[in-house]
Every structure is written in C-alpha cells, then in structure tokens.
Design a protein around this ligand. Structure first.
Ligand code: ZN
Length: 307
C-alpha cells in the first residue's frame, strides 16, 4: 500500500486534519474542536488519538503539524491563545502517536504560506503571506525556502513606540492596530467615550464593523482606516527589505477584500520607497486548507532534503 502524509493544523478554535497522497492530493479530512483549558501534553495526546484513528502510524510517511506560535526545533515557548506554556510539541506528539515517525512542527501561518507557495503554477518569489484574523500572522518563502522559527512574524513588527498593547505583551505592534481583536477593542473604547455609531448596542465583529464602515459610519470607518494605514506602513517596510511583487492575504479579515485592499493600496503610495516594486494585493487561494497543505508540503520538503 502506498504511504500517505498527514497534515495537522492546530488553531485556537479547531484542529484540522488532512490525509494526503505522496503526490499531495487530499484524500481524507476531518476537524475537531480545540480542547481548551488543558495542558499542551493533554491536548497533544488527544490530537494524536484522532491522528491514529485517521492515519495509523504504519501507513504514514510523515506528519506535519502547524501550531499558533513561533517554533524552534519542534519546541514552542508559549502558545498564548491556548495557555500551553513551554512544550516540546514534536517529541510529545511522537510519544503519543509513534516514536519513530517523521514529525515536523512549524508555525501555522508559516506553513500556510508554504502551502500557498507550493500550490502556485508559477511561484511568486519572494512570497509573503499575511494572515488577518483575530491576530495578524505571516509567513515568508524566499528562494524556495520557508523562513522558519520566529521569522515572518509580521503581526509583531513594531510600528509605534509606546503604542497600544499587543497580544504578545509588547506595545505598538501591527497586530495591535490591524488584528480583529484589536479593532473590536478600539470600537468598544470609543463607544464608551460616547462616540456615535450604528454599532452601538449591536454585536461587534469583523463583519458588522466592515459593513458599518462601507456604509460610511464615521467611527467604524476611522478604525478600519487606522488598520489599513498600519498595514500599508508595514507592507512598505517589508517591500524595502524583500521587494515582493505581490502580498497575499489570508484569514477572516481578508474576506473584506476589495474594500480593505483599496484603502491599503491608497495609503501605500505614501509610504513605499521609490525603488520598490508597487506590489499587487491578492487573496490567498487555499483558504482553510492552507495550513494542512503546508504541513504536508513541509514533510515532503524535509524528506527530499534528507535523501
Ligand atoms: Zn505583538
């Protein structure tokens, strides 16, 4: 029987699993709710159990795992959203799944970038993915190699000294302006101060915020403009470093699409170095499958390196 590759994408809400052929076709998939308020060890044991049922270790060529934290040699220092603390994800998973299995662990947004990069017919390189969700993540592929470890943490680029507090504990990161959680927080603070808005008394989420902004609600528009400005400023800095022809956006906030992209593009003209390519802004293509696809591609990549 031909072996398969298992891709696992551990997110704050769901853990996604995909079984792929060695050629990279998705054969089977499943998802389960992320178990919260348990230790990393407990959570990984549960994930390994599902993995075993879906893809028994003897049928597997390798397992790729994406986690929402910077990863160094399979170890994470802290998975902030899950309260995991310092844990060796690679070896903990191996112990629970199969100790001699090939297991590769990387940051989830980085793997998503690698999955998107590998899915292109004519690869854009350098390839820069920005994931706009509750937080802001990113991944960079340069000359065919994913920048691993804590590289590509675009959401934690510093934009403002003593700026608003970020989820990482520091101040003034891009995420503190353009993450969905940060935008919601800003709306709430300003409503509390008595500003008028159609959002008053309504549930505030990315959709309601962007709807209100598109209809011209002054408060919503100003929060979205601030996020777009922070993004434009950050992208211009990335352009000065890497000069990518395209920036690719994934994540829930990116669903705002043209409305957000136009704002970012308008602001970028002001910030972009004259020698930089004027980058195109595009939506990512793989959507929810980017993480598991990237996990699979990384297993293939590591295998081909070791041969
Ligand atoms: Zn930060």
């Amino acid at each position: 029987m031909e072996k398969t590759i298992l891709g696992i994408d551990i997110g704050g809400s769901y853990v996604k699993f995909g079984v792929f052929s060695l050629k990279g076709e998705l054969l089977k998939r499943t998802a389960e709710k992320t178990k919260r308020n348990v230790s990393g060890e407990e959570a990984l044991k549960r994930i390994a159990k599902t993995a075993k049922a879906l893809a028994p270790p003897e049928t597997i060529a390798g397992v790729g795992i994406g986690v929402p934290a910077p990863v160094t040699k399979g170890v994470v220092e802290n998975v902030a959203n899950l309260n995991w603390g310092n844990i060796d994800v690679q070896n903990t998973f191996k112990r629970a799944y199969a100790k001699d299995a090939l297991v590769v662990v990387e940051n989830d947004a980085s793997l998503a970038a690698f999955g998107e990069y590998k899915s292109q017919k004519n690869p854009i390189d350098p390839y820069v993915l920005i994931t706009l969700g509750t937080g802001v993540g990113g991944g960079i592929v340069l000359k065919g190699e994913l920048l691993r470890g804590a590289a590509g943490e675009i959401g934690h680029m510093n934009l403002q000294k003593n700026g608003p507090r970020c989820g990482c504990g520091k101040r003034g990161c891009l995420e503190a302006f353009a993450g969905a959680a940060a935008m919601k927080k800003r709306v709430k603070e300003r409503l509390k101060k008595g500003e008028k808005s159609v959002l008053k008394g309504r549930p505030i989420n990315v959709r309601s915020l962007f709807e209100a902004a598109e209809k011209g609600d002054a408060l919503a528009l100003s929060v979205v403009d601030e996020a777009a400005d922070a993004l434009a400023f950050s992208l211009a800095s990335i352009s000065a470093l890497l000069n990518p022809p395209v920036f690719v956006f994934g994540g829930g906030v990116a669903e705002a699409g043209a409305f957000l992209f136009e704002k970012i593009e308008n602001r970028m003209d002001e910030y972009l170095f004259f020698g930089s390519v004027k980058p195109k802004l595009e939506k990512a293509r793989l959507g929810n499958d980017a993480g598991i696809t990237g996990a699979m591609e990384m297993v293939k990549h590591v295998q081909s390196d070791s041969q």
